[in-house]
Ligand binder design. Structure first.
Ligand code: PGA
Length: 258
């Protein structure tokens, strides 16, 4: 199995000080663990907290990478309020969440914007975490496969990539996010296989095998992670359960035992 990735999406859940405390607690809790080699851990704080998290993880005995929750598609210019890929690189950010359903919904991010963001991330060797997933309404109309196929095709439309690029695709059913009730591990695994199949229309098989992870997100917690851990899923994008160090570390510990 590929090395699994566990990504904390802190959203707008914590203050700067709380983010610092969380990071410190995670590092402390995990530094006792010997078996984390099969896992990669990423924390995605809000923009202003990035330098604070960076200062802590750069001296951490436990390897933790840094991710951002968004990026703008232009590198520079008159774009009030935006943050560029170049700034993220200066901050030593390695990952960036793109196309999260909350941004699609509240910020009206279109497939075209998402595609431009994926392109700029790949051009600068930042690893995009591209989120796809159906709403409850789409699911009830039996459109899940159609919707996530379209989101994949649009996100990676006319993409240029090199052999060093890495990509993460996160299947996150919109209706499950933050609900406390995840989908079954079986469905998460099967949807991952389905998405891998769709990716074969866009990338060569060995690139998909070596450079792309397909992960699951949506109400993952320390109670249901054992079920997911048994399945062939490359990793997890974790929201609510990442806001408490004990809960987040419990998930990591369970995954490290599998
Ligand atoms: P959740 O969020 O774990 O709170 O469901 C996941 C996400 O939105 O990435």
């Amino acid at each position: 199995m590929r090395k699994r990735i566990v990504i904390a999406n802190l959203k707008l859940g914590l203050s700067l000080k709380e983010t610092e405390n969380l990071t410190e607690e995670i590092i402390k809790e995990l530094s006792q663990e010997k078996k984390l080699k099969n896992l990669e851990i990423v924390i995605c704080p809000s923009f202003p907290a990035i330098p604070r998290v960076y200062d802590l993880i750069k001296v951490s005995p436990v390897p933790i990478s840094l991710g951002a929750q968004n990026v703008f598609w232009e590198e520079k210019g008159a774009y009030t309020g935006e943050v560029s890929v170049l700034m993220l690189k200066e901050l030593e950010v390695s990952y960036v969440i793109i196309g999260h359903s909350e941004r699609r919904e509240y910020l009206k991010e279109s497939e075209e914007m998402i595609n431009k963001k994926v392109k700029v991330a790949l051009a600068h060797n930042l690893i995009p975490i591209v989120c796809v997933g159906e709403t409850l309404e789409e699911r009830e109309r039996s459109q899940k496969e159609k919707v996530i196929s379209r989101q994949i095709n649009e996100a990676f439309k006319d993409i240029e990539f090199n052999k060093n690029n890495k990509i993460i695709v996160a299947y996150e059913p919109v209706w499950v996010i933050g609900s406390g009730q995840a989908i079954t591990a079986e469905e998460a695994e099967n949807t991952g296989f389905f998405l891998r199949g769709k990716l074969t229309n866009l990338f060569p098989p060995d690139f998909i095998e070596k450079n792309i992870k397909v992960i699951y997100g949506g109400s993952v917690d320390s109670k249901n992670i054992r079920d997911f851990a048994k399945k062939n899923i490359d990793g997890f994008l974790i929201g609510s359960a990442s806001l408490k160090a004990v809960e987040f570390c419990q998930i990591i510990k369970i995954l490290s035992e599998i």
